[in-house]
Ligand binder design. Sequence first.
Ligand SMILES: Cc1cc2nc3c(=O)[nH]c(=O)nc-3n(C[C@H](O)[C@H](O)[C@H](O)COP(=O)(O)OP(=O)(O)OC[C@H]3O[C@@H](n4cnc5c(N)ncnc54)[C@H](O)[C@@H]3O)c2cc1C
Length: 389
Amino acid sequence: MFDVVVIGAGPGGAQAALELALRGRSVALLDSRQDIGNKVCTGIVSTQCAEEYSIPQEFRRFTANGATVHTPSGKTIVIRRSEPQAIAIDREKFVQHLASNAASCGAELMLGFRVTKVDVNRFGVRVTASTNGRMEVIEARAIVLATGFQAPLADQMGLDTPNSIGLAAQVEIETDDAETVQVYVRRYLPQTSFGWISPTGPDTAHIGLLGREHPRSVLQGFTEGLKREGFKYRELDRPRFWGVPLRASRRSYSYRCLAVGDAAGQIKPTTGGGIYYAMMAAGMAANTLDDALARDDFSSGRLKKYEDSWKSLLGKDLRLGYMARLFYERLTDAELARILLAADSSGLLDGEVSFDHHSVLVTKALKSSLFMSVLSAIPGVAARLALSR
Ligand SMILES: Cc1cc2nc3c(=O)[nH]c(=O)nc-3n(C[C@H](O)[C@H](O)[C@H](O)COP(=O)(O)OP(=O)(O)OC[C@H]3O[C@@H](n4cnc5c(N)ncnc54)[C@H](O)[C@@H]3O)c2cc1C
């Protein structure tokens, strides 16, 4: 019997397995894929995340000091900093590196194991997985559920699945035209979406988008718009589609079980960035489980400490970020353009803007008299702000 079975070897699960193994716990890290890490994702993380988790240089593909924001009307806002702000990493290699570090520290890496069922009783957890056409049962004292977006196992564990979702599309391209990160705020995109061109090297990039509308047709409209404005590229692969939880779970723990990462909706509702949050939550999950294992106490009261810790670190960002997203979705193009230009001219985007903690920017906006005067001049905006809460 393992101390912990971690289901899902994405950044959340692999980091949880690594941290548990480092604490001397016996861990199995399972994933249905053989090619772990190969999930549709742009792979942008803050420099803080890259330093905190010592992401090796060889996986760092592109460093961004800023971004150009394209407003709905076509006006652009250039954000530039003297220091690097974000790094596009080779996400697949990084996740594989994390999992192999976990294995070097003693975790058993079980790839090609699709978990179909989890039974919990007062003696432990029985995890049933299919692999190579046969079923295997793996036993543990507790599990970490790190199965990503819309994890079907969450229901079996009595956890709620994040219920507000975004739909994303991405395609890898070859281009000579992508020198910096470009963010398209509704330009060539419908009401709820935003899009990006994110360089991954001297002549490669991702074109991607996130919103609530049907991503296949939105991607088509977006790429047609980019071509009209003269952006030249060649697709290196077919477009890929996936979902993003936009609102955190109300409950991320149950008897002998903790949910981590996208499975718990630990992702920035504004931009859909979830790698760093998943890894931070994984560390907190490992702490709580280590303590629970030492006491042989897996009760909800004990495991709730995990939820208390991640909510105290990330809860405000998730709450205010979700409010900001709903507000964005309710604005007309003209209102949005006015707000973005006001944010620029009021100095809101100057100075320190945290890449990871968006509540800081929302709070700064609410305190800026110039920005708030533009906001309050837009009819009905106060009501829409209130609706977003
Ligand atoms: C288009 C797009 C772009 C994105 N860009 C960024 C970005 O630039 N930066 C950023 O920080 N975030 C980004 N994200 C979000 C980011 O990808 C996720 O937040 C992050 O991967 C969450 O990690 P995770 O470990 O929770 O889940 P995942 O990375 O989804 O890993 C879950 C793992 O569980 C496995 N699994 C699922 N079910 C089972 C099962 N039953 N049995 C066994 N294994 C199972 C899967 O195979 C998978 O390997 C993006 C998302 C999308 C869709």
